[in-house]
Design a protein around this ligand. Structure first.
Ligand SMILES: [Zn+2]
Length: 471
């Protein structure tokens, strides 16, 4: 009996010791920043676009336990653009629209990525638009105008980041830019993305910017993520009718080309390369850049497709988090809302299929208006696609285009037809621009609780810079 008592006592003492040690370790690590940080930004990913995507699929970002919101206004309290928002998210200061990495007095302010690099972390900046576009540039550039593409690109080369990935380059000749980047000491992949995917390690700063233009990542039906399977049939139909040359004048993006590797594959590759032999950790920014372009074009199908693809990139970060749950922080948010999408109270039960069908009919260029349409021929064509009995307002919107001097009438007519078809299933776009509403924030992992509740967008920059500032 005495032996047993002693044993129990010893057991208790040992447990207590373990407990104390565990507490000590916990306090010790808690003062440390998360070893692996992901900041993932859906450009133009407002709350309603997320709600609409949820109707299509279970979103990975919804599995993240911490939910919050960001106020997106710029330094004037007005609707932000991507440059001022990127500056807030990266550098922790509000500034004027068009400005990157400078505060309201034009003073350069360091970004979280720059501080992470200085502190010895590996840094990766990835986007599905050009690498010198506003959002990625917010993490390495300091310029008064977001259109100073040459200056922004040269600041990207000088940043000494381990990896910068973009889909092309803005405002510059691709070959000349690649030469400049190589002269600045970078390893450049701009023609052969497969060579990048074959890399086993990053030995010097690496730039990947194979030019895809602004093509959307409309996924192939057979390889589409599970998220898209709900309307894979429509997607297949859609892809079959897409020809790259049909809409060269399209403002933001065009049909897919086979060569496009989706953002989530670049994200997975970046994680693989930046986590290898890296005892210190990394900071990775991933931007889903074309959600915004779809919003500007009031293209519902494109917005959902881009949002779901961005959500697949989030899934790759979550895969990594599950392997390193105590060391990883993932924050997913947006810079602003684009297009002012509204959803009516009653949405059809088969909404995803209806959106895909509208897109196929009116945006997929299967059905095209001619130059010399009349309101009667338009009514006939609309009826053929199930849009019967045009209202007075709907007719008027067509008549306005017919009367206008618009030299791209065919496109305008198609877009108007799509707008009407979308409105009839409960989806209305209210603007071609940005809107000032709050955006969602989702977070998981070490330090995620810092982001719960409603924050200003500049708080994201402040909190993340805090991880790397010398104390
Ligand atoms: Zn925009």
């Amino acid at each position: 009996m005495k032996k047993l008592k002693t044993f129990v006592f010893l057991l208790g003492a040992v447990s207590l010791l373990f407990l104390l040690q565990a507490c000590a370790t916990a306090t010790q690590t808690d003062s440390q920043p998360p070893k692996y940080v992901f900041l993932m930004i859906g450009d133009g990913m407002g709350q309603n676009p997320v709600k609409l995507a949820r109707i299509h699929a279970k979103l990975n970002l919804d599995t993240m336990p911490v939910k919050g919101e960001l106020q997106t206004g710029n330094v004037l309290g007005k609707t932000t653009d991507s440059a001022a928002a990127a500056t807030a998210l990266a550098c922790g200061v509000k500034t004027y629209n068009g400005t990157l990495g400078l505060d309201k007095d034009s003073k350069p302010v360091e970004s979280s990525a720059e501080l992470a690099k200085k502190a010895g972390y590996k840094v990766g900046i990835l986007t599905s638009v050009t690498f010198n576009h506003a959002t990625p540039a917010g993490f390495y550039a300091h310029v008064a105008k977001r259109s100073e593409y040459a200056k922004i690109a040269s600041q990207a080369y000088a940043a000494n980041y381990d990896l910068i990935v973009g889909y092309g380059i803005s405002g510059l000749k691709e070959d000349a830019a690649a030469e400049d980047a190589e002269k600045a000491g970078l390893q450049v992949f701009h023609k052969n993305q497969d060579a990048f995917f074959a890399l086993e390690a990053i030995l010097k700063p690496t730039l990947v910017f194979k030019h895809f233009g602004y093509e959307m990542n409309r996924p192939k039906a057979d390889s589409a993520s599970k998220a898209l399977n709900t309307y894979a049939a429509e997607a297949a139909e859609l892809l079959a009718i897409q020809e790259p040359t049909v809409i060269p004048q399209d403002p933001g993006y065009g049909p897919v080309r086979d060569a496009v590797r989706p953002l989530n594959e670049y994200t997975a590759k970046a994680i693989e390369l930046l986590s290898k032999d890296n005892p210190k950790g990394f900071f990775i920014m991933v931007e889903g850049g074309k959600i915004d372009l779809a919003g500007h074009s009031n293209d519902t199908y494109a917005m959902i497709t881009e949002l779901l693809e961005f959500d697949q990139a989030v899934a790759r970060a979550l895969d990594f988090y599950k392997k390193h749950p105590n060391d990883t922080l993932i924050v997913v948010t947006a810079d602003h809302n684009t297009g002012g999408l509204t959803l009516s109270e009653k949405l059809p039960a088969d909404l995803p299929a209806r959106i895909a069908k509208n897109n196929t009919n009116f945006n997929g260029r299967k059905f095209t208006f001619r130059k010399n349409e009349t309101i009667r021929t338009i009514e006939e064509k609309m009826a053929k696609f199930g849009i019967k009995n045009l209202t007075a307002a709907e007719k008027e919107s067509f008549e306005k285009i017919l009367k206008s001097e618009n030299n791209d009438k065919v496109d305008a007519l198609n877009r108007n037809a799509l707008r009407i078809a979308d409105a009839r299933i409960g989806i209305t776009w209210t603007t071609k621009g940005h809107t000032p509403d709050n955006v969602y924030l989702f977070a998981v992992g070490k330090g995620a609780e810092l982001f719960s509740g409603v924050h200003s967008n500049s708080d994201v920059g402040k909190i993340m810079k805090g991880f790397y500032e010398k104390k």
